[in-house]
Design a protein around this ligand. Structure first.
Ligand code: HEC
Ligand code: HEC
Length: 150
């Protein structure tokens, strides 16, 4: 009986001390953990319209990296089954006329590495791999070092 009381008191004491030292968790979102997601802040892309003077290709940090997009994507329609505005400038048929870089050689291979006459549908959703840039501070420290000499 005496032992039970001691254990009970010890448990109670732990609970009280535990409560007193409670500090609210601050999340990286900057709002209460339990509250709903706020709409993300709208950020503007660093690059201007494709082909505008000043748009610089951004150096790749490792050999197999899909290059990031140095121009803005504002006013582009979403990519869907019928439409792909990226191909209006980057396809093998259009790139010279539009003075845009041609899609990468790897885009002409099927999943077994066989060469195709046209761009593989595996690459249709361009923005799955290529992303435009905004000038935002990193959320966490990043010490990644690429393997491409710059
Ligand atoms: C109106 C023509 C045009 C359209 C549409 C367009 N681009 Fe571009 N893109 C360019 C040009 C021109 C460049 C060269 C940089 C510049 O001048 O902006 C470029 C550069 C790029 C690069 C950089 C390549 C490298 O080697 O660094 C990527 C990646 C890219 N575009 C992807 C896309 C994707 C994905 C889309 C669709 C969401 C798209 N582009 C739509 C014209 C276009
Ligand atoms: C599954 C990922 C993936 C998808 C989807 C994809 N790409 Fe790429 N892209 C890459 C990688 C990786 C490279 C670099 C290797 C290469 O050049 O093939 C690249 C390279 C490029 C380059 C630079 C080529 C060069 O010679 O420097 C352009 C331009 C490009 N892609 C445009 C596009 C467009 C437009 C689409 C949509 C039709 C697209 N990509 C879809 C991964 C992807």
């Amino acid at each position: 009986m005496k032992k039970t009381v001691t254990i009970l008191l010890a448990t109670l004491l732990t609970a009280i001390v535990g409560c007193a030292s409670y500090e609210p968790i601050s999340s990286m979102r900057g709002i209460d953990v339990a509250s709903g997601d706020a709409a993300p802040e709208v950020k503007t892309y660093v690059g201007k319209r494709p082909g505008t003077a000043g748009n610089q290709k951004i150096a790749r940090t490792y050999a197999e990296q899909p290059p990031v997009i140095p121009h803005a994507l504002d006013n582009f329609d979403d990519i869907n089954l019928e439409e792909n505005q990226c191909m209006g400038c980057h396809s093998p048929a259009k790139y010279q006329e539009k003075k845009a870089p041609k899609v990468g050689d790897s885009h002409f291979l099927d999943r077994n590495g066989n060469k195709l006459a046209d761009v593989s549908m595996l690459r249709h959703n361009c923005t799955q791999c290529h992303v435009p840039q905004v000038d935002a501070p990193p959320l966490v420290e990043n010490r990644f070092i690429g393997n491409v000499k710059q």
